[in-house]
Design a protein around this ligand. Structure first.
Ligand code: LLP
Length: 410
């Protein structure tokens, strides 16, 4: 992590130290490095430079409109799954011709909205959706471009809760159902099929699940004997969290994908989320209390599971580091917890740590993706602010919510 790291004792995001930033902003707050986001995107683009794919940033990973706008300036499109995400992407300036819309439960209202906005593709996930989409398009006399999402029955080998590619999962169409719908698609006069899409899950660190997916795609494309204009390979590329050595081989992946698309003469769509922004964000939190018990000390933070739910929901492990390093040792086992009245409101257990005390600032790392976008108002807690750092420039890109507004918002 080049732009989020220690300089001597102090943790910096670009040119700003968290100690300094925390004098200005009340914790907990999210803080992102624009340089890191751009670096991640450049690395991604460079590996696909032979095919110049359409990179549709997955808005669910981080839907902050200022960040979307920065990604737009870098040429990104958007992968959206709701009317809210579609509206945010449009508002950020991303062109409709660079937006793809997936999701198993798009409502009539959402489909109508997407059709009217002339987005690039709607990826259909069931026959019922195809029927409804055709009906709506007919009603407003519009012809639209669609993809069909394949469920390849591939195990992505990651956390079960974020796997999407098995036939047991609700996503996409099984091979048989895909081919059935493919045969019928010509009957839907207002739909023009252009894309086959697939997304087998998230935080995938091995290449094999992707290889297996390409094998299934190959089989299906051959069976249809159809010239798809696009293959949408989805997202899913994992990043190293705690274990920094466990890195996905993106070069291998890009080679496979580019070869595949070349063979089938298709344009490539990719929908990365986590890879672009995961390591570019931290959650800054302050120690409210330290509660000592016989076996361990509870480090009670001002950030809770409403601010960052990944540890509670998926047992995800995010490193927690001090904003200021010292050379002393904490003498006991530590459990970092939030203030919320649930046992699962805990972030991490550690056996070794430096000495820390109440009011110190700590940073929960690698939370740029699926951090703020999954935050909630549980326990009537206002969602945190989001700060974007670009070199020495500090920008509030989302203000901390106000309790009064939360209470009166009905
Ligand atoms: N495309 C589609 C259709 C998706 O459903 C997703 C993520 C992506 C792209 C982006 O995947 P990525 O490149 O970010 O892995 N909340 C979970 C992750 C859920 C991902 C859902 N779909 C987490 O915190 O790990």
């Amino acid at each position: 992590m080049k732009f989020l790291s220690y300089k001597k004792k102090f943790f910096f995001v670009d040119k700003i130290s968290i100690e300094k930033l925390s004098k200005k902003f009340k914790s907990p707050y999210y803080c992102y490095s624009l340089s890191q986001i751009k670096l991640n995107l450049d690395n991604f683009k460079n590996l696909f430079n032979k095919s110049s794919p359409l990179i549709c940033f997955s808005v669910k990973s981080n839907s902050n409109i200022k960040i979307l706008n920065e990604l737009k300036k870098e040429g990104c499109g958007a992968d959206v799954v709701s009317m809210g995400e579609l509206s945010a992407a449009l508002k950020s300036g991303i062109k409709p011709s660079k937006i793809v819309f997936s999701g198993v439960g798009k409502t009539e209202e959402e489909l109508l909205f997407a059709i009217k906005k002339n987005i690039l593709l709607i990826n259909i996930e069931s026959e019922s959706e195809a029927i409804l989409l055709n009906k709506i398009s007919q009603k407003i006399s519009k012809k639209i471009f669609v993809g069909i999402r394949l469920n390849p029955n591939v195990n992505s080998g990651n956390i079960r809760k974020i796997s999407t590619g098995l036939n047991d999962d609700k996503f996409g169409l099984t091979e048989k159902n895909f081919l059935n719908l493919f045969k019928k698609v010509n009957n839907y006069k207002n739909l023009t099929l252009q894309c086959i899409s697939v997304h087998i899950g998230s935080q995938i660190l091995k290449i094999n699940p992707f290889k297996n997916t390409l094998n299934v795609l190959e089989k299906i494309i051959n069976k249809t004997n159809f010239q798809f204009k696009y293959i949408d390979f989805g997202g899913g590329i994992g990043i190293p969290y705690e274990n920094k050595n466990n890195k996905f081989d993106l070069r291998k992946y890009s080679n496979l994908v580019e070869k595949f698309a070349l063979k089938h003469r298709c344009k490539i769509i990719l929908e990365p989320g986590r890879f672009i922004i995961g390591n570019a964000g931290i959650l800054v939190t302050k120690i409210t209390y330290i509660k000592k018990t016989k076996n361990k000390d509870f480090i009670i933070l001002d950030a809770g599971m409403n601010d960052l739910i990944r540890p509670a929901l998926y047992n995800a492990r995010h490193s927690i580091v001090p904003s200021k390093k010292n050379n002393t040792n904490y003498k006991k086992n530590i459990e970092f917890v939030g203030p919320i009245c649930e046992t699962s409101d805990k972030f991490l257990n550690v056996k070794k740590y430096q000495h820390i005390k109440e009011k110190d600032f700590l940073l929960i790392l690698d939370v740029g993706a699926y951090g703020m976008s999954l935050a909630s108002n549980y326990c009537f807690r206002p969602k945190p602010a989001e700060i974007l750092i670009s070199k020495s420039n500090i920008k509030v890109i989302r203000k901390k919510e106000k309790i009064n507004k939360l209470i009166m918002n009905n």
